[in-house]
Write a protein that binds this ligand. Structure first.
Ligand SMILES: Nc1ncnc2c1ncn2[C@@H]1O[C@H](COP(=O)(O)OP(=O)(O)OP(=O)(O)O)[C@@H](O)[C@H]1O
Ligand SMILES: O=C(O)[C@H](O)COP(=O)(O)O
Length: 400
């Protein structure tokens, strides 16, 4: 892969595909880690006299403009971090994008509106994605891929666009790949993987390969309930991927055969209602055994016994990879499980990697020092798929 140092960027329009998919409370960014992570790449391009055009997705809008998913707050924050004005285009490839990018002088930066406001960005149809990539390509001379969190997506700006422009990997992608590569070679054992979060359907599949690589897998968050169901327990109204129950059973059987310890919650915090993340009003959850979740309640965090169990399972680890909060950590009543696992990582002597937008945000928002971990990756799904050994579209497209 070429790096930025291989490109002559002075005076050129450089398209930077970043991952500015940051958590928002209205228009307030609650954690700016992903913006800070890509800022050095943008600053380097600025310093070298490029006209920098930054593009990203935010959330999962449905292929049309939706103000709740505007990148305007992220563009403002990027300007503050860079210490310079950052222009904002109110569309992605329309009149605003054209005029804002045409108006850039050398060393200036613009952010385009959310790529996913355009159906072509995420389309499964090659021609539709290609047509959108053509429109993006018209805005720029060079492409820098630095949105590590999205490299596992075969999307127009990630996969098709670099094939249309001279391209290189940005410094964030280069650094992420260098660390994650270490986890695919000579890992210090026991190798413990902790999985949680809400993107259950996306991430269950990675267990297929992790069962072959890890020594111990701890499951929490929304991911746990499909496994509990597979074990024959009722899970009430918890997040459930019913069609994946047979797959979970297969993973459990394969783990047992390979001697991989597969650890599931023994107790959970439940409530009849999803908590109010805005007011943070007390949720008063109940603690129940994992095999006794009431039919009208959902599991929203791992319980106290599970926290202790997971801390013990992390204590002797040589390497830990963790993706996905153990509960709805955004509410204080459901942050305990995520805190316990973060503390468990720190209390071990392991090389620790935390991956994912919300997982990294959780670590910082819950007051942990991000420098105390071995590596905080900006990619959750992306790092998991990398560790699985998959070819990631956004990395493949950056190859020479
Ligand atoms: N039991 C649960 N039920 C519902 N949501 C949950 C539960 N446990 C955790 N979550 C939610 O999971 C979300 C984070 O999951 P996600 O899979 O997106 O992780 P991530 O670290 O952001 O990874 P990525 O970068 O791939 O998105 C949080 O918003 C949290 O509230
Ligand atoms: O948060 C992430 O994992 C990345 O920004 C990718 O987002 P996506 O899962 O919506 O594609």
């Amino acid at each position: 892969m070429k790096t930025i140092d291989d490109l002559q960027v002075a005076g050129q329009r450089v398209f930077v595909r970043a991952d500015l998919n940051v958590p928002l409370d209205g228009t307030t960014i609650t954690d700016d880690g992903r913006i800070r992570a890509v800022a050095p790449t943008i600053a380097k391009l600025v310093e070298r006299g490029a006209k920098v055009i930054v593009a990203s997705h935010l959330g999962r809008p449905k292929g049309a403009p939706d103000p709740a998913f505007s990148l305007a707050p992220a563009a403002r924050r990027l300007g503050e971090i860079l210490g310079q004005d950052v222009a904002f285009a109110t569309d992605t490839v329309g009149d605003s994008a054209r005029s804002v990018t045409e108006g850039l002088a050398d060393g200036q930066v613009a952010v385009l509106e959310n790529l996913r406001f355009n159906a072509g960005e995420t389309s499964k149809d090659d021609a539709e994605r290609g047509a959108f990539a053509d429109q993006l390509a018209a805005l720029a001379d060079l492409y820098v891929g630095d949105g590590f969190g999205a490299v596992h997506r075969k999307h127009a700006s990630v996969y098709d666009l670099p094939q249309r422009l001279p391209h290189a990997a940005g410094d964030l992608i280069a650094a992420e790949v260098a660390v994650l590569k270490k986890l695919t070679e000579n890992v210090k054992r026991p190798y413990v993987v902790a999985l949680g979060g809400a993107k259950v359907s996306d991430k269950l599949a990675v267990i297929d390969q992790l069962v072959e690589k890890a020594d111990r897998i701890l499951v929490g968050g929304g991911m746990a309930y499909t496994f509990l169901k597979a074990k024959g327990h009722e899970v009430g109204i918890s997040l459930l991927q019913e069609d994946q129950v047979p797959v979970c059973l297969e993973y459990l059987a394969r783990a047992e055969k390979r001697g991989v310890e597969f650890v599931l919650p023994v107790d959970v915090l439940v409530s009849a209602e999803f908590p109010d993340l805005k007011t943070k009003a007390p949720a008063n959850p109940d603690i129940v055994a994992a095999d006794a979740i009431p039919a009208d309640k959902e599991g929203l965090d791992i319980g106290p016994k599970t926290r202790e169990l997971y801390a013990a399972k992390l204590a002797d680890a040589g390497t830990v990879f963790w993706n996905g909060p153990m509960g709805v950590f955004e509410h204080p009543d459901y942050a305990g499980g995520t805190k316990a696992v973060a503390q468990g990582l720190l209390d071990s002597d392991a090389f620790t990697v935390v991956g994912g937008g919300d997982s990294a945000a959780a670590v910082r928002l819950l007051g942990f020092d991000e420098n105390a971990f071995g590596h905080i990756s900006t990619g959750g799904g992306a790092s998991l798929e990398y560790l699985e050994g998959k070819t990631l579209p956004g990395l493949a497209a950056l190859e020479d």
